[in-house]
Design a protein around this ligand. Sequence first.
Ligand code: S5P
Length: 270
Amino acid sequence: MASVITSSYEKRLENHKSALARRLFSIMIEKQTNLCVSLDVSSKEELLGLVDSLGPYVCVFKTHIDIVDDFSYESVVDPLVALSKKHNFLIFEDRKFADIGSTVKSQYTSGTFHIARWAHITNAHALPGPGIVDGLKAGAKEAAPTGEDDARGLLLLAEMSSSGNLATGAYTEATVDLARANSDFVFGFIAMKKLGKPDEDFIIMTPGVGLDVKSDGLGQKYSTVDEVVSGGSDIVIVGRGIIGKGRDHVAEAIRYRSAGWSAYLARISN
Ligand code: S5P
């Protein structure tokens, strides 16, 4: 396993070459949180309500915008962007692009969702090869404004949390190589642990994190916050552990944020 990064988010902010990564670190430091909440909900009212109530505790909200039943750009994206300014968080549309460059460029910039206009972060599978990164990079350039605050960044799915997934071994290594060749735009990975050389500061965002259960009956596998952060994860992605039915969302967000921050402090003190 690659050795974990033990330097602070402050130090990493100073040295990082991705504008998006610098913005993300500055939010994490200011709000003392490495928690990303995953909003897999199908009503816009629920989505925006969760964002407003959990906004103070997160650095990133992750959306699956295509599962919102009553979606319209004006009634979902506009208020979401306003809330991202109110609570100072980044928006990550978990689109998992997986097609040739020309097609993903259109999927990223056009259609119903116009993802590149509002999502600071999106992600992609490396399976199609370098063209997918080129296509998304071209889309980001075309669609997004240009200031440092409007920076766009891509995460590659180098590993997955689900049982029996195929993103392992040589596939994971080839994904890291693809990121290396595009480190101006690809600032990190969806992965379960630190990837890359110690001096390569890829940000690791980790899903499949839960403190109460080990699986969901549909292939998802959960690790604890301590397990993933001590293994090199920089941001924990938590969905149902916080927003699941019957949970006190705010209390759970506070619990996961506190677990994430303590695990980070423990890692940098080692
Ligand atoms: O390997 C992965 C990659 C992702 S982005 N495993 C995942 O679970 N995800 C996403 O993280 C998934 O699409 C879902 O939105 C979230 C996990 O949700 P939870 O409710 O299981 O925490």
